[in-house]
Design a protein around this ligand. Structure first.
Ligand code: ZN
Length: 206
């Protein structure tokens, strides 16, 4: 039946591209769209277009921002500019912010080094991080003195931290990583706030 409905099967393939959506779920979602009122579907389509048009990356930390070049954290004067928390994805910032314990700023790498997936340092916001550290030294008020790595405790996370620690050697920046509580192979998205807070307090030098 689907074969005779090219628009429908195209919609199924589009849903099927999404992470965690298999063919069966994609088909169910496509049926749901087909049954929904036109107005609702038009709003949904417009919101897909809008999110690509209006949401961009913060020019300083590379998190997402809408309506301004700097994100909410980067444009907040009350944040501690001397401490930078390095994360893999913008979503990790939400986890850190919810823990309520961190008052510094962030830097989003947009991935971690993973030779198996073909992700090398040049694919990440590493040059940008190095320039940011360098640039911060122009004034004592903005100097970045500590980088805290809050990456997942797996092979890729460890490789990325070691690579960056090497680059940052002799730069006069203290390099630490969040500690206890994040289980080996653990994803920081799934760590509860109190555990994450403790992991941050008990961070260790690299
Ligand atoms: Zn920012």
């Amino acid at each position: 039946m689907i074969e005779n409905m090219p628009s429908f099967s195209r919609l199924v393939s589009e849903f099927n591209r999404l992470p965690g959506i298999g063919y069966k779920t994609a088909t169910r979602l496509a049926y749901h769209i087909l049954k929904s009122p036109t107005e609702i579907v038009e709003n949904m389509a417009q919101s897909l277009v809008d999110v690509k048009e209006y949401v961009g990356q913060c020019t300083q930390c590379f998190s997402y921002t809408e309506g301004s070049v700097l994100c909410r954290v980067c444009s907040d004067d009350h944040r501690d500019k001397h401490v930078l928390c390095v994360v893999e994805d913008p979503w990790d910032i939400i986890t850190m912010e919810n823990s309520g314990i961190f008052r510094g700023q962030y830097h989003v790498l947009h991935g971690v080094i993973s030779p198996l997936d073909g992700i090398s340092p040049k694919d990440l916001k590493i040059d940008e991080l190095m320039s940011r550290v360098e640039l911060s030294r122009q004034s004592e008020a903005t100097e970045i003195k500590e980088l805290i790595f809050a990456l997942d405790a797996d092979l890729e996370g460890d490789t990325t931290i070691l690579y960056l620690a090497k680059l940052l050697k002799d730069k006069g920046v203290s390099v630490t990583r969040i500690a206890h509580g994040v289980p080996v192979g653990g994803d920081i998205d799934y760590v509860d706030h109190r555990t994450l807070g403790r992991a941050l307090e008990n961070r260790v030098n690299i």
